[in-house]
Write a protein that binds this ligand. Structure first.
Ligand code: CP
Length: 315
């Protein structure tokens, strides 16, 4: 149970880049307390009663949008959804005009997912409400990295000193970027691996990670294997010959998972391309923690709303 107000020195959550290790631990600490609320038979506390949360998802989402809405409702906030196809964006209204109109309705928090890198940062300059980045293009997905960190902490008991291998489409992945930033800040070692065409040229220096030369090198000492989806919607050209070849050379299946230590866990942010980056045996196997990640997503998003919306009560 949470008592009193935690001091979080940020108005917005725009990315992991702006956070210190201390900030990250504040969010994870509050998220630990929020997990307990979801285990109650009555999953609701009055903490954000009278606060308004607007979820603006201008790109598709299942996990992030639903869990932000559940998080707001479990804290008793009034939550509203603005979707791309059901909003006046389809009539040509600009993002700035849209958020100015939303601001006129006096929300306390605006959660935004947008296909353009930096869109939440621009929104934050134009409105008074706190802004949460729920994924901006290929840039950042901070709440995904936070829920992944909470999951690793639960399963492995720590983050510092762990070896985390992020495998797949690194170039187009905001999940990879936010996770690499967060895990390095908390003292984990991070390797990335994928097709050369999907590893940015400045990746090692920009993210302070090692680029593994082979899947075996990526997996040999991994405590955590994060597998990423191929983001076909962001690729402007064909970056690999076929899904079958990708699955054989870069995918995780019972045979390639043998390359990792027996206690290495498998994570995936979802949605999973079954049979491409993960075989069904691994996606449903006893080494994966994928639904645990989703469960922790609600707790992390409750924590973020609590810290940014000016909570007044107890959780
Ligand atoms: N992990 C993630 O962001 O999933 P959604 O796109 O379904 O929100």
């Amino acid at each position: 149970m949470l008592t009193g107000r935690r001091h979080f020195p940020h108005k917005h959550l725009l990315g992991i880049e702006q956070l210190t290790a201390e900030d990250i631990w504040i969010i994870l600490g509050v998220a630990e307390a929020m997990r307990e609320v979801s285990l109650r038979s009555i999953k609701k506390v009055p903490t954000l009663r009278g606060k308004t949360v607007v979820n603006m998802f201008l790109e598709p989402s299942t996990r992030t949008r639903t869990s932000f809405e559940i998080a707001g409702k479990r804290l008793s906030a009034d939550t509203f959804n603005v979707g791309g196809s059901s909003s006046s964006v389809v009539k040509g209204e600009s993002l700035i005009d849209t958020v100015r109109n939303i601001q006129a309705m006096r929300p306390d928090v605006v959660v935004i997912r947008h296909g353009q890198c930096g869109a939440p940062h621009m929104v934050a300059k134009h409105i008074e409400a706190a802004v949460v980045n729920a994924g901006d293009g290929t840039h950042e997905h901070p709440t995904q990295a936070l829920l992944d960190a909470l999951t690793i902490k639960h399963v492995k008991g720590r983050i510092e000193g762990l070896n985390v291998s992020i495998c797949g489409d690194i170039a187009h992945s905001r999940v990879a970027r936010s996770n690499a930033l967060l895990l390095r800040k908390l003292g984990a070692r991070v390797k990335v691996f994928g097709p050369r065409t999907m590893i940015p040229r400045d990746c090692a220096a920009a993210l302070d990670v090692e680029v593994a030369p082979s899947l075996a090198a990526a997996l040999e000492d991994a405590d955590v294997i994060m597998v990423l989806r191929i983001q076909k919607e962001r690729q402007v050209e064909q970056l690999f010959p076929s899904e079958r070849e990708y699955a054989q050379r870069f995918g995780l299946n019972p045979r390639t998972l043998e390359l990792a230590p027996p206690d290495a866990i498998v994570m995936h942010p979802g949605p999973v391309n079954r049979g491409v980056e993960l075989s069904p045996e691994v996606a449903d196997g006893d080494r994966q923690v994928i639904l645990g990640q989703v469960e922790n997503g609600v707790a992390v998003r409750m924590a973020v709303l609590y810290l940014l919306a000016g909570a007044t009560g107890e959780a």
